[in-house]
Design a protein around this ligand. Sequence first.
Ligand code: CO
Length: 292
Amino acid sequence: MNQAIKLSSVAQSRTIEHIVTGVATSDGAGVKLTRVLTQNLQQRLDPFLMLDNFHSDDPDDYIAGFPDHPHRGFETVTYMIAGRMRHRDNAGHQGLLQNGGVQWMTAGRGIIHSEMPEQEDGVMEGFQLWLNLPARRKMIPAWYRDIAKEEIPEYVTAEGVTVRVIAGSSNGVTGAMTREDTEPLYIDIDLPAGSTFSTRIPAAHNAFIYVYRGFVTINGKTLGENRMGILANMPQADGVILGATVPARAILISGKPLRESIVQHGPFVMNTKEEIYQAIRDFQDGCLGGAA
Ligand code: CO
């Protein structure tokens, strides 16, 4: 887009309810990452189940990757800021995720896949978000889409803020993906120093911002680098307004809560314990995704 878009007005911004510092952990075959959205926040941030941030220029931190592992009951959204990741699944699909690209994967009733770095040096940086599925859609067939950087709609504001719309709709620009049940908004915001930005968010949706460069200010409160700000649900707030005094980059994610019970056991997220036992049995029997 060559012409700067006009921002939709936001009369009152949400405030930051709580600031979360991610937890350093490792997953897969020893990939070092920061778990930002942890299990104790699943109710508060429904329909989101997890957010991991990986960022390293040391191959030892990521080279082992995520060998074959299962998923059932939700969707994974992997956004690569830098680096290349090859994914392969038990249905014979594969794809290469690289700089600025997104893989949107609906595990549904089941998938077994691997996510492996395809580089031996350099920076690997990105996010993996887990988005829940409603009970009635947890057992749909697995599905995925690789979205190249060029396919992700992008807009620039008059103040030079660049926004990539991965999912949902922001300031009249519809993103690469839409989801009816959870109506996720997922945008990556690149703010030059001295700029402000606003976008509308339905008051009932749960929302958070994660800053991964610099810092931003929301209603007078500063949100620093590598911090997640949970945005308060305020009936009178129609969106969020952020300001940056230094160059900053952040992802903003919101969605419509499902308000269903959440039972997680590792890579399976269902509504009841019985469904978790079934998932484990199906995985052991080799029929997670369908007939053995
Ligand atoms: Co996975």
